[in-house]
Design a protein around this ligand. Structure first.
Ligand code: SAH
Length: 242
């Protein structure tokens, strides 16, 4: 059997000899779109059991079955990092979700701020983008996309021990160092909408001891660029790029 070119996320448990039934859209993708057939290889991961090489044993239009043969990668989970962002236009929001999965966010939390442009998100579509990004980037973990929540409520119910990297455009050109003593702790990154943060939000955030305001260089970045830049900065200083 040739090594698998296709990686597929499944919910099913994975292990040696394990049969994995396919759902209809997965069967359509593998056999209808990618033209795989019985005997072909697929790499599977489920977010818990690492990556497995599997073989197609049944291929149909509406379903199919794969059998796991050998583990080809360990389970690797990203650091405990939430990416909180205020939804923007659809294509740019999709971009943020895709890049968050690639950059190793563990949870993606859309938040509504005072100047948020978008009142609604399609959580299922965004989750599907996160799955696709994990499939293509070789990850064995898919971040969960949460429902849209109001920033003030999220801050009011903030979990003990989680730090917050507050990306504040008002600090552009200032310091971007994160407290190194807080590596290994749970963190969150907060990115504002196109309109930025309101004075009330900025004041509220400055009073929170878990919030660490940072600048992302001397220029004002668009929210999607800022999300990638912030994750790069965090992964380099405190996360799994070290
Ligand atoms: N309209 C605002 C900019 C918003 S940019 C203005 O003109 O001031 C969108 C988000 O990206 C910001 O809320 C912030 O979270 C982040 N961001 C962009 N550039 C930044 C910078 N240089 N430093 C810190 N955060 C930045």
């Amino acid at each position: 059997m040739k090594p698998a070119k296709i990686r597929l996320f499944v919910e099913h448990p994975l292990g040696e000899g394990q049969s994995v039934p396919l759902e209809r859209p997965q069967a359509h993708y593998l056999f209808g779109v990618m033209r795989l057939s019985v005997g072909d290889a697929v790499a599977l991961f489920n977010g818990r059991d690492g990556e497995w090489q599997a073989e197609v044993v049944e291929a149909g239009k509406r379903g199919g079955v794969l059998t796991c043969q050998a583990q080809s990668g360990e389970q690797r989970n990203p650091p405990d990092l939430w990416l909180m962002f205020a939804p923007i236009k659809k294509a740019r929001t999709d971009f943020i979700v895709e890049k968050s999965a690639e950059m190793g966010a563990s949870t993606i939390c859309p938040v509504q701020t005072e100047f948020t442009n978008s009142e609604r998100i399609r959580q299922d579509r965004l989750q599907a983008h996160a799955v696709e990004a994990a499939e293509q980037c070789g990850g064995t973990y898919v971040p969960e996309v949460k429902g849209l929540a109001r920033l003030d409520r999220v801050l009011a119910g903030w979990p003990d021990g989680r730090q917050l990297m507050f990306c504040d455009e008002a600090l552009a050109g200032g310091a971007s160092a994160l407290p190194s003593g807080l590596a290994g702790q749970p963190w969150a990154i907060l990115i504002g909408p196109e309109g930025g943060f309101s004075d009330t939000e900025r004041k509220r955030l400055s009073e929170l001891e878990f919030a660490h305001p940072v600048a992302l260089g001397p220029r004002i970045l668009r929210a999607d660029t800022a999300a990638v830049a912030a994750m790069t900065l965090w992964q380099t200083q405190l996360g799994d790029w070290q």
